[in-house]
Design a protein around this ligand. Sequence first.
Ligand code: ASP
Length: 436
Amino acid sequence: MLKVAKFGGSSMADAGQFQKVRKIIESDPGRKVIVVSAAGKRFSGDHKLTDLLYLCHAHLQYGVACDSVYDMICSRYLEIRDALHLDLDLESEFKVLREKMERGISQDELVSRGEYFSAKLMAAYLGYEFADSADWLRFTLDGSVDKEASYPLLQAIGGKKIVIPGFYGAMPDGSIKTLTRGGSDITGALAAAALDADVYENWTDVSGILMADPRIVSDAKTIEHITYSELRELSYIGAQVLHEQTVFPVREKNIPLNIRNTNDPNHPGTLIQENFSDDDRDEWFITGIAGKKNYTAITVTRSGMSSQVGEFRRILGVFEKHRVSVAYALTGIDCFSVVIEQAQLAAKRYTILAEMQTDLKPDEIAVDDGIAVVAAVGRKMAFRSGSSGKIFAKLGEHGINVRMISQGPEELNIIVGVKNEDYERAIEVLYRSFVK
Ligand code: ASP
């Protein structure tokens, strides 16, 4: 059994968290490959190490002394080392890094040191080997991860008990490159895929993914089982627990992903995999509910529009030209609506509207702000009759007017557009009506 276990910033925040992590690792001999983030916040108002490192680099760039920030960074790690009585010479590493900073260091290399020092400390604390990600995680020249090169390199190190720093790897010339923010999740997924792990555990500070936003549904239950496709639907519209690119490497290899809580290690968390064999259990048909406020619907109307070839493309082309991403598109006989996040439109709104007016010569363009989108996601809705009817009936019963309806061909979700003011109530109604 091989488990790749990734521990996020809050699990690495101080010596107390390191102790919890070690207990978790020691409780299961399968946890042989550990991926770590940089130290995160210890309390609200505290700083994440990675943020401090970015700040340090900004100081260097503008020629402002960064010693106080650098000292904060070093002392966070020295405190952990000393509290855990580790015999690790961090001082000389800090000195070398400081000298490199004076000579000029890339932003990526400097900010990657958060994960590097976390991993060095954790390896020493566990008695595992430190396996630098610069030695196996390779990027191609266009900046994407080179799996063909990376996987065999990690396999060559594999078979041992190792701690890997998340978030970075190396370019073909050996220079350090980071993933995007929150990227240690991806490092963990890549390590799990490279080593064909039995499971990828992602340890964080929440007990898995909740069925609805707890700020709206205070007693929302944890999603026990969710498929990769459902997770994608939920994350697209709101619920973000993992970096959105995390699932791709593990999904390709059919490796289950388990989200767990370092502060509540006995909680089974959420298990994500391709499908589940217990799907016939007579349970509710909604896996999770997510949503977002502040969308704008732009509806273009012109009689005879539906019979004209290329009309929809022309409308969408205006948004493409202005690099505005369209979240949903809906059609009527002589009208076409696009639904866009209000923030995306922002300053481009009037240019886009003016351009549509001149290029498309519509009878009317209607702009509707203040729309919230709510998605009920559930694999058990697919190809079964009645789910959407039940959802609309409940919303209607509670006086919530549905302004837009969208369902993907996979029937994994039902998306409704409601007024911003009805957003919280719509989520609450769906949860209370369909989750027992
Ligand atoms: N430390 C990095 C960040 O804060 C990566 C991570 O924690 O996943 O974005």
